[in-house]
Design a protein around this ligand. Structure first.
Ligand code: C2E
Ligand code: MG
Ligand code: MG
Ligand code: MG
Length: 285
């Protein structure tokens, strides 16, 4: 037995490691099935103009409807998917399904609504991305300006030339680019300045304690000043209280999303919520 050989010996069998490896393999095969069987769905969270509460769009947030576990959240499966070849297919599904939702919204009388789609590095790296978006927009009768791609700082610190080329191509088509979770990554301001990004999303960790934390208030004001200087729009995430809207709107933050405005909801709830909460283009909770 490995154990009785003493601490200087190799352990040939580590039950904890074996359990981990087993879990990983099981997850991999389940994800393969999920991709094949299209077990994913999108939840939508409204994004509004903080002054006036005009609805500008929705962020698409993926969920996995697992046959036994129920609804699984992206933090539990996107990292594993990112290590597999399936991530690219899931990204394309997300983009196309977002367009199907936009088409539905157009039928509901909302032709100019935007949808913000989250992409990982591998999804963003694909050379066919721009053409895929344009081809499908044409097919669905939608406009490039309705699509916003969200990328995190950590996704972007790869091969700068490659990132730049892809961004320029997408911007030329008229697609918007947003830096998600801004302020939590490792990129430098100098680096970001070189990228043709037109939206910054302030991470919710800076928003949640705005009432009590002077450092966070300073940080948010700094981000807003910088964004203004770079002619970027700002979306604040994680707005959970009315006081957050007041603070942000007073300091020039244009847009926001969060539980206080609306939680992410599925497509059916979305259509119901539009009837109930959307009044003269304003999202009234
Ligand atoms: P994210 O893009 O930063 O999305 C915002 C997350 O904050 C979402 O979590 C959302 O449900 C949550 N949130 C929204 N408002 C509030 C609030 O007021 N308070 C709090 N505490 N949380 C709020 P979710 O849906 O679990 O998504 C987690 C992350 O997974 C996303 O972070 C995004 O990075 C990633 N993700 C989501 N959908 C996709 C996708 O389709 N593709 C890829 N590649 N990644 C995705
Ligand atoms: Mg996002
Ligand atoms: Mg975010
Ligand atoms: Mg996040």
């Amino acid at each position: 037995q490995a154990k009785s050989n003493g601490k200087n010996q190799y352990r040939f069998f580590d039950p904890a490691m074996a359990a981990d490896a087993y879990k990983r393999l099981a997850m991999e095969s389940e994800l393969r099935r999920a991709v094949q069987e299209k077990e994913f769905c999108l939840f939508l969270q409204p994004q509004i103009a903080l002054t006036g509460r005009k609805l500008v769009g929705f962020e698409a947030l993926i969920r996995w409807r697992h046959p036994e576990k129920g609804l699984v959240f992206p933090d539990e499966f996107i990292p594993q998917l990112e290590n597999s070849e399936h991530i690219v297919a899931v990204g394309y599904w997300t983009i196309e399904h977002s367009m199907a939702i936009l088409q539905q919204l157009k039928l509901q009388g909302l032709p100019d609504i935007k949808i913000a789609i989250n992409l990982t590095s591998h999804q963003f790296d694909d050379e066919k991305l721009g053409a895929f978006i344009s081809d499908n927009l044409a097919r669905y009768g939608l406009k490039e300006a309705q699509i916003e791609l969200e990328l995190t700082e950590n996704t972007l610190i790869g091969d700068i030339d490659k990132v730049l080329t892809q961004m320029q191509e997408l911007r030329k088509r008229g697609v918007s680019l947003a830096i998600d979770d801004f302020g939590t990554g490792y990129s430098s301001l100098e680096y970001l300045r070189r990228l043709p990004v037109n939206i910054l999303k302030i991470d919710r960790s800076f928003v949640m304690d705005l009432d009590n934390d002077e450092t966070d208030r300073q940080l948010v004001q700094t981000i807003l000043a910088m964004a203004k200087n770079m002619h970027m729009d700002v979306v604040a995430e994680g707005i959970e209280k009315h006081s957050h809207i007041d603070f942000l709107a007073e300091r020039g933050c244009g847009y926001g999303q969060g539980y206080f405005i609306c939680r992410p909801i599925d497509e059916l709830q979305l259509m119901i919520a539009i009837d109930k909460h959307l009044i003269d283009g304003r999202w009234l909770g």
